[in-house]
Design a protein around this ligand. Structure first.
Ligand code: PAF
Length: 283
């Protein structure tokens, strides 16, 4: 496995893959890798000739009072894990090369960026959009892999690919959970033992959404109330939002049908966690 740091070098490596008609699978990450990331890597490896993983904690997607400085950085361990998976290239660029002096171009996913997480994290999805577009331009992947846990991010990336006619397929893979249901996330590292227990309320609330639908209730307000009841039972939890939305527009639906997404963001102590499920309804 090769660690590539400069833009010139990644361009050269990718060019030689292309010249040899090799397909490229790409997994963009901010590092602090866990089984969720590795499930994307495994899929990329299985479906492509070459696998590239980027590790870059993108300053542009963090707000002023967010956790950019504290964000877990475990580069050596990440490389060990990726090397075991047989990854070909880790792209680990420097912020100064990705965002040189004078950088001023934004990608604005209008209508999608100010909903759900975007309401509380203004500018976040512009930052994601810019870095993902830049990485796609540099790595030129055939397929890029993302986790369903970051549902709004996946919707926005698919929209950008379609709106800007980018020549890449987007593959969204299921959320990986621990055996109790907690969605794996690099930010779980911030949780204390008791907070980790409390964090299970996210999955319990999502499971409640599905069981409420199974019981024949498809009115979103009622479903959201049931979900919120579960989260309020957890002392350390503060709700940012709980909603059931259309999977393309991110608008809240009045009545739930199959394919709509029950989604939430909850702060457990100081740690903000997100999760979602795709609803199934037979009504
Ligand atoms: O999901 C993430 O880890 C990040 O938002 C991404 C897609 C790597 C962009 O920085």
């Amino acid at each position: 496995m090769e660690v590539v740091v400069s833009i010139q070098d990644i361009r050269e490596r990718v060019k030689s893959f292309r010249e040899n008609q090799l397909t490229v699978g790409f997994v963009p990450t901010m590092g602090a890798l866990h089984e969720g990331h590795l499930s994307l890597v495994k899929k990329a490896k299985g479906e492509n000739d070459k696998t590239v993983v980027s590790i870059f904690v993108n300053p542009l997607q963090f707000g002023k009072n967010e956790d950019f400085r504290q964000y877990p950085r475990t580069f050596d361990n990440d490389c060990e894990l990726l090397s075991k998976e047989g990854v070909d290239i880790v792209f680990h660029p420097k912020a100064s090369e990705m965002y040189p002096e004078g950088f001023c171009t934004l990608v604005i996913p209008e209508h999608l960026e100010d909903k759900l997480c975007g309401k509380l994290r203004p500018g976040h999805f512009r930052g994601v959009a810019v870095i993902v577009l830049k990485l796609f331009n540099l790595v030129k992947p055939d397929v890029a892999y993302f986790g369903q846990k970051d549902f709004q991010q996946t919707v926005i990336i698919k929209r950008i690919v379609s709106d800007l006619n980018l020549d890449v397929n987007i593959s969204v893979l299921p959320t990986i959970r621990n055996k109790e249901g907690l969605a794996l996330s690099s930010r779980n590292a911030y949780l204390s033992e008791t907070e980790r227990e409390g964090a299970l309320c996210l999955y319990k609330a999502l499971a409640k959404a599905q069981s409420t639908i199974n019981a024949g209730i498809i009115n979103t307000k009622e479903i959201v109330q049931e979900m919120e009841k579960i989260i309020r039972n957890c002392k350390s939890a503060t709700i940012d939002y709980v909603s059931v939305v259309n999977p393309e527009t991110l608008e809240e639906v009045p009545r739930v049908s199959s394919g709509d997404v029950a989604t939430l963001a909850v702060r457990i102590g100081k740690t903000r966690l997100i999760d979602n499920i795709i609803c199934v309804s037979t009504i």
